[in-house]
Design a protein around this ligand. Structure first.
Ligand code: FHN
Length: 446
């Protein structure tokens, strides 16, 4: 009996030892695996967030039909018709300098072009497909021309790249009603192909940021996203990647996310002081050019920009150029008016952080150093009433940005700023509240 007990206790202690060793080994493997996951440096992401304002461009042969890029294939445009548009695509009026200058004159700091949208057409010469710009009558490398023009004018060149491809036989889904899955689908080969195309893009055009899209369909997995992200980090550790390589929601960062920042779409994202985010919004209603599309007003455009900055986010504002290569004059004009406003008041947007007052229907706030910039979204206010900051910091002055000082009262209950006379800007008047001491890290006022 005594021998049995000692044998059992010996086995038990051996098993415990084995479990401890296995636990240490697994823990070490996980730690190594995590350590091998390279992420975009925080300083690079902060530089991106300081830019605050970029141009999105959706463009391709579909402009010959004026319907939505990708989505109209096999729906409002017959599939065969859609897939042969490239044979007529000859944007002879395309001028990369003109596009980049339209962005620069708008006060935009980066430009993101749909190198490949869901229809699979590539705006650069890719060795992985003949369905690219070199097979069109135009036969010029759009990405090369745009990246060169961006470098010339100091605009950061960025690329949109979809990870679903309804045209490619290797990608199982076609988005054509009742078409079923393609029998030629092979996601291993498809992932290898897009890694190859991304290598062409990163090595050939050195994008500042890659804007992925199309992660919602079932063939794409979280693991594929992780594989592609790490492939990109090996190509360029500093290339910024949005959050649409993983699975799950676009508007937040969570455990399904693969990428560096969140991408709320067609609305101003919620204030978020922790994770970087960028709202992508169309200047008209459609992403790709549409004849007589409804365009947003200057006021709506400026207040959308102020709203994203007030939430600590960026705005990627989308333009849809026409099939001949021109941007609509009305869009270029409105963007230039945004640029004129930013040339006067851009200090209240670029390089700021959102808050400390949370966005509301009446105002949004941005801040830098000791200054809080209040963007007044309404023009009928007679006084601005604000709570004191949680830090109870004293307010030393209030003025219209680039304008006269204003009287104000501050006591233990809060701050009052009477507004007298006509507001300097009926689209977005900015007040500057200069506090005693830095307000950068003050908690959001709730
Ligand atoms: O399906 C695309 C759409 O065409 C457009 O490119 C937008 C831009 O963010 N992204 C997808 C819809 O979420």
């Amino acid at each position: 009996m005594r021998k049995t007990i000692s044998f059992v206790s010996m086995i038990t202690s051996k098993l415990c030892m084995l479990l401890l060793i296995m636990n240490a080994f697994i823990g070490n493997a996980i730690a190594q695996q995590k350590a091998s996951v390279v992420k975009t440096p925080t300083a690079v992401l902060q530089d991106f967030m300081d830019q605050r304002f970029g141009m999105f461009i959706h463009w391709g042969p579909v402009n010959l039909r004026g319907t939505e890029i990708g989505w109209s294939r096999g729906n409002s445009v017959d599939t065969a018709d859609y897939d042969n548009l490239y044979k007529e695509f000859d944007p002879v009026l395309f001028n990369a300098d003109a596009w980049v200058l339209a962005a620069k004159n708008a006060g935009m700091k980066y430009l993101t072009i749909t190198a490949k949208h869901h229809d699979g057409f590539c705006l650069w010469p890719s060795r992985f497909t003949d369905y690219d710009i070199m097979s069109s009558p135009y036969k010029k490398d759009i990405l090369a021309e745009l990246s060169k023009a961006c470098a010339k004018y100091g605009i950061k060149f960025c690329v949109y790249f979809t990870i679903l491809d309804w045209h490619d036989p290797l990608y199982p889904v076609s988005n054509i009603p009742n078409a079923g899955l393609k029998p030629t689908g092979d996601m291993r080969k498809f992932v290898d192909k897009i890694k190859g195309q991304l290598t062409e893009i990163v090595k050939g055009y050195h994008p500042y940021m890659l804007w992925f899209d199309g992660n919602w369909e079932s063939p794409w997995t979280l693991q594929m996203g992780q594989e592609v992200y790490q492939h990109l980090k090996k190509l360029d550790p500093n290339v910024i990647v949005n959050n649409r390589l993983g699975k799950g929601t676009h508007k937040l960062m969570n455990d399904q996310t693969v990428g560096d920042y969140a991408t709320p779409e067609q609305y101003i994202g919620e204030i978020n002081m922790k994770d970087p985010w960028e709202s992508c919004i169309t200047i008209c209603r459609q992403w790709a050019w549409k004849p007589n599309d409804q365009m947003k007003t200057l006021k709506e455009s400026l207040q959308t920009l102020a709203g994203t900055a007030g939430g600590n986010g960026n705005l990627l504002y989308n333009v849809g150029p026409m099939a001949d290569g021109r941007m609509e004059a009305r869009q270029v004009k409105m963007l230039a008016e945004m640029g004129k406003w930013l040339s006067q008041y851009g200090v209240s947007v670029y390089g700021t952080r959102g808050g400390p007052y949370p966005p509301s229907k009446d105002l949004v706030a941005t801040r830098k150093g000791s200054k809080v910039y209040l963007h007044l979204l309404k023009t009928d206010a007679k006084t601005i009433a604000l709570p004191n900051l949680p830090t109870k910091q004293r307010l030393s002055s209030v003025r219209y940005l680039n304008g006269p000082l204003l009287a104000f009262q501050q006591d233990e209950y809060g701050i009052n700023i009477p507004l007298t006379g006509k507001l300097p800007d009926m689209n977005d008047t900015v007040l500057v509240l200069d506090f005693v001491g830095d307000v950068t890290d003050v908690e959001i006022v709730r």
